[in-house]
Design a protein around this ligand. Sequence first.
Ligand code: GLN
Length: 451
Amino acid sequence: AHLARIGAVDEKINAFLHVDREGALAQAREVDAKRERGEKLGPLAGVPLALKDLFTTEGVPTTAGSKILEGWIPPYDATVTKRLKDADVVILGKTNMDEFAMGSSTENSAYGPTANPWDLTRIPGGSGGGSAASLAAHMAPLAIGTDTGGSIRQPAAVTGTVGVKPTYGGVSRYGMIAFSSSLDQGGPCARTVLDAALLHSVIAGYDEKDSTSIAQPVPDIVEAARNGSAQGMRVGVVKEFRGEGYQAGVMQRFDESVELLRELGAEIVELSCPSFTKALAAYYLIAPSECSSNLARFDAMRYGLRTGDDGTHSAEEVTALTREEGFGPEVKRRIMLGTYALSSGYYDAYYGSAQKVRTLITRDFEKAFEQVDVVVSPTTPTTAFPIGERVDDPMAMYLADLCTIPSNLAGNSAMSIPCGLAPEDGLPVGLQIIAPAMAEDRLYRVGAAVE
Ligand code: GLN
């Protein structure tokens, strides 16, 4: 049924870069066979899922939304892919995304933009727009995304779906193509809080193949999602998460959500986190710096595209020609920014000061969590904007992640859930809930209460 749905609507939406029809049917048949043999089935046996094309899949193309990886077939599965298979999930295919997860609209994909199922002229968010759109258009009931600065939560917000950025180190990064390694985090996308919890519990947990993986046990998020409650919860509202640039209808739905939390027995606490105003600036030094280093591996020798290998060019020239052809404009912009910020003489002024701001943001969160159990905010300042509106204005594009980036810099956990439609345009609004590291149970408990 899901493959048929993809066949019927994805021509208009472009959520999938690759539909693995044969692989999905084979996995589904295998689940049936296991059931008939009376074998123990995995916790998500037979449930279809859309996987962001940033995760390697053995024998199935993986492009990261880039031309430089066109035609590359990974020889191994990411840990997330492996855990999904072990849970007997049926992987339908790989979803569209901004190239190497750099963007907020999926317009930076080398394979064309994804449309928002709510309004095909609008963006589905990014970088994981394909995963979010596949859920909103009912092409898949579950999806996987990655969140470096908001790429799970912002697409969830603008498509009326649920997305969770786990604690940094909570879900293995092994086989997840690196963008900014100290920020990147894979996580679950779904249409309900409970579905997200069921998926999250399958992919989370220690992995010896990821040196930043957390060895602590994961909190019982499924139990939390089944027993939603805000009773007695202290909920922080941060004053820096409002003001200029926030759409009126987004703030209206957010304020109503805060009222609902109060009615459900939460205590609302006003907070100030002054360093949050510098989060975007710090992120756009740290993320490009790490990207410039990570993307150095795409040198035309190891993977994918190779341009100018005709006997007339040196190895260095082949590398340069390949990167010129294979990377899109946003990726090039970030490699240049990052290389500059890391160069000798500038390192302390740029990368060094961004790291200091990162520490201040972490301290702001620590202080906040001395007073409250969770912090809430709008997930995004605006609803889905029209395709094309911000492509030539990187600064406007970057603002989409104003509220999501602080959690990546601090490494804590955060969720976006739908909280109604903005009255002025009828488009979905997201409520962000933030909890300390390894306290995801709070997200699921509060999320399930207000969903
Ligand atoms: N939009 C942000 C960026 O362009 C975040 C992307 C992400 O989380 N992968 O970097």
